[in-house]
Design a protein around this ligand. Structure first.
Ligand SMILES: Nc1ncnc2c1ncn2[C@@H]1O[C@H](COP(=O)(O)OP(=O)(O)OP(=O)(O)O)[C@@H](O)[C@H]1O
Length: 270
C-alpha cells in the first residue's frame, strides 16, 4: 500500500532523511518509533506528499483521496467548528450529503468528539484538537492512514478510543503508519515496529522479534533488602527467586524491555 525507498531530505545542513526505506501493507499497522529528530515526521510529510524528497521514491497504491494524514504539527482552522472542519476534509475526499453526514457522526462517536462537533476548533483543548485532526484523517475510511503522534497529550479514555478506532480501520484492511513514543500503545494495536534513527530505519519486525531477546528486570523488596536481577525471561526468573526465598516479600516489580532498551540494542548493532 505504501512503499518508500531510499528517501533523502536535507534542510540546510541537516540531513533529516538519509536513505529512509519503509513498507506498509494493507491491514498492517506499522508502529514508527525513534528518538526526537530521527526523521519520523519528515518521513510522514514526504510520504503524504506535503514535502518533496531530495532523493528516493514514494509509491502509494491508491489515489491521494484514499489516503489520510494527521500531521504532528496540527493543521486546522481555528475559526471553523469541528463539524465544519470534518465537512471540509470529507468533501475534499469526495464524500457528499448523506454519506458525509453519516461519516461525520461515526468518526465523532468513535473518537469521542460528538459533544464538541459544534464548537470552534480554536477553543478546544490540545488533546481535543489532536483528536479532531485524527478525525479529519480517518473519516473517509482511507486505505492508507498515517497518524503522527495522534495520542500526544491524550487522557487514558480518549487514548483508548483512538487506539480502538485505528485497530478497527486496520481490521477493515487499511494500511496504517502510526508514530508514537509509547510502546504499550503499539502492543495494544498489534503493530509491527519500525525503528528510525538518524534518518533511516535501522530495525523492522514484530514486537516479539525485536523485544524478545532484550533483558528486562525483576525486583523484589524485602524488609531489609532489595534484589534486582536483569533477565530476558522475567517470569521464569521471578518464579525461581520466589522459590528460593524464605522471607516475606513486600513488593514485586517486573520491568519488561522498553523502547529505550530497544533503541540502545539496535543502535549498538547498527
Ligand atoms: N522544516 C525544517 N527545517 C529545518 N530542519 C528541519 C525541518 N524539519 C525537520 N528538520 C530537522 O530534521 C531532523 C528530523 O526531524 P523530524 O521532525 O523528522 O524528527 P522526528 O523523528 O519526527 O522527531 P520527534 O520525535 O521530535 O517528532 C531534525 O534534526 C529536525 O530538526
Amino acid at each position: 500500500m505504501l512503499k518508500v525507498t531510499g528517501l533523502v531530505k536535507r534542510f540546510g545542513a541537516t540531513l533529516a532523511l538519509d536513505g529512509f526505506s519503509l513498507e506498509a501493507r494493507a491491514g498492517e499497522i506499522v508502529g514508527l518509533v525513534g528518538h526526537n529528530g530521527a526523521g519520523k515526521t519528515t518521513f510522514a510529510e514526504v510520504a503524504s506528499g506535503l514535502v518533496k524528497p531530495d532523493e528516493g521514491q514514494v509509491t502509494v497504491g491508491v489515489p491521494r483521496a484514499e489516503t489520510g494524514f494527521a500531521p504532528q504539527r496540527l493543521a486546522l482552522y481555528p475559526s471553523l467548528t469541528v463539524r465544519e472542519t470534518l465537512r471540509l476534509f470529507g468533501g475534499l475526499a469526495g464524500l457528499r450529503r448523506r454519506a458525509l453526514a453519516r461519516a461525520i457522526d461515526e468518526i465523532a462517536q468513535s473518537l469521542m468528539l460528538t459533544g464538541f462537533l459544534d464548537r470552534h476548533v480554536g477553543v478546544l483543548s490540545g488533546g481535543q484538537q489532536r483528536r479532531a485532526q485524527a478525525a479529519t484523517a480517518m473519516l473517509h475510511r482511507p486505505a492508507l492512514l498515517m497518524l503522527d503522534e495522534p495520542t500526544a497529550g491524550a487522557d487514558p479514555e480518549t487514548r483508548k478510543a483512538l487506539l480502538d478506532a485505528v485497530a478497527a480501520r486496520a481490521a477493515e484492511g487499511a494500511a496504517v503508519v502510526y508514530t508514537t513514543h509509547y510502546l504499550p500503545e503499539l502492543a495494544d494495536l498489534g503493530a509491527t515496529l519500525a525503528v528510525a534513527r538518524a534518518g533511516r530505519i535501522i530495525a523492522r519486525g514484530t514486537a516479539a522479534e525485536l523485544l524478545g531477546g532484550l533483558p528486562g528486570e525483576v525486583r523484589l523488596s524485602m524488609d531489609d533488602e532489595e534484589i534486582r536481577v536483569t533477565t530476558t525471561d522475567p517470569t521464569a526468573t521471578l518464579a525461581e527467586l520466589l522459590a528460593g526465598l524464605d522471607r516475606p516479600v513486600r513488593a514485586i516489580d517486573v520491568r519488561r524491555p522498553s523502547l529505550d532498551d530497544l533503541y540502545r540494542a539496535v543502535a549498538h548493532a547498527a
